[in-house]
Design a protein around this ligand. Structure first.
Ligand code: RIB
Length: 315
């Protein structure tokens, strides 16, 4: 059995999704369309994306409740080739749930009841055997787990010589001045998160986006990729030039988990030894496929699907 090259620390949610002609305003009721229940949680999405794309097991550190959602989530994640022995099952806490509304153009609105996700502690990170970190190459985290636990995970991964990737989602101003940024080799904010962390509006102007990236690098981040949805991403590494990598033109059905797919794909490609630019291109292709499908976890592509997508576009 092969050993995980990617470790993901993150959340597990059950997503309760309604498609709607438009996103409701505060106090408004909109009659929506079909209901869908599916696996989700930014961490679980990232881990499943990495497992489907690498065709290798992925180690996943997370927490669920001892309820039906928790049991079925673990079963589902095990079937996705995730090593689930580091998922804690906590009595007295509910498994995370996300209420999601998806609008006509694929845009979404999400509220999360974190439940057991909020109970994952630095002690849970300390309890993991050294061998798990010693044999991996890339460590991924997002911000749906407690900050001190994410910091403990990043610290442990750095100490073991892993490349660390932080997807700073959901947006959290607390990390802007924190020690955490110094522990991050690759940061993958979207435009909103980048603006919250730097104060720069990165939507309009490439130069402003580059300034935002540089600010994050001055705070200790190694490399920055700002994801911009249909506008691709901006990449800033040690080289003098920043790069803008365009997205593929696709018909978006549901953008939920596109960022998770990007981060999981990036981690896979980095673990396989690709450089940052080539890894980001691969991740853009994977997330382009994900937005053409409904749901978070159900939308995540396999390696064969990404290869086919890229082959079609190189003709
Ligand atoms: O990024 C998408 C995810 O955010 C959903 O799966 C939902 O569970 C929330 O965590």
């Amino acid at each position: 059995m092969s050993v995980p090259q990617v470790i993901v620390l993150g959340s597990i949610n059950v997503d309760l999704v309604v498609r709607s002609p438009r996103l409701p305003r505060a106090g408004e009721t909109v009659l929506g369309g079909e209901f869908m229940q599916a696996g989700g949680g930014k961490g679980a999405n990232q881990a499943v994306a990495a497992a489907r794309l690498s065709q290798q097991p992925v180690a996943f550190i997370a927490a669920v409740g001892t309820d039906d959602f928790g049991r079925s989530s673990i079963k589902q994640l095990r079937a996705e080739n995730l090593h689930t022995q580091h998922i804690r099952m906590l009595d007295g806490h509910a498994t995370g749930v996300a209420l999601i509304v998806v609008g006509e153009n694929g845009e979404n609105q999400i509220t999360v009841a974190s439940g057991a996700n909020a109970q994952l502690t630095p002690a849970d990170i300390a309890a993991i055997d050294d061998s798990v970190f010693a044999s991996a190459k890339v460590f991924v985290a997002c911000l749906e787990s407690p900050l001190e636990t994410v910091i403990a995970g990043l610290r442990r991964a750095k100490a073991a010589g892993l490349r660390t990737v932080l997807n700073p989602a959901p947006a959290c101003a607390e990390i802007k001045d924190a020690e955490i940024l110094k522990l991050v080799d690759v940061l993958t904010p979207n435009e909103t998160e980048a603006e919250l962390l730097t104060g720069w509006n990165v939507q309009e102007d490439l130069e402003d986006a580059v300034i935002a990236c540089d600010q994050l690098r001055q705070k200790g981040v190694g490399q920055v990729i700002i994801t911009r949805g249909a506008s691709g991403c901006i990449l800033r590494d040690e080289s003098r030039e920043a790069s803008w990598l365009p997205a593929y033109e696709v018909q978006a059905v549901d953008t939920t988990a596109a960022g998770d797919c990007f981060t999981g794909a990036l981690a896979t490609a980095l673990a396989e030894g690709r450089d940052l630019r080539s890894a980001a291109r691969w991740a853009i292709a994977a997330s382009a496929i994900s937005v053409t499908r409904a749901g978070a976890m159900p939308s995540l592509p396999t390696r064969a699907e990404v290869e086919c997508f890229l082959a079609d576009r190189s003709l």
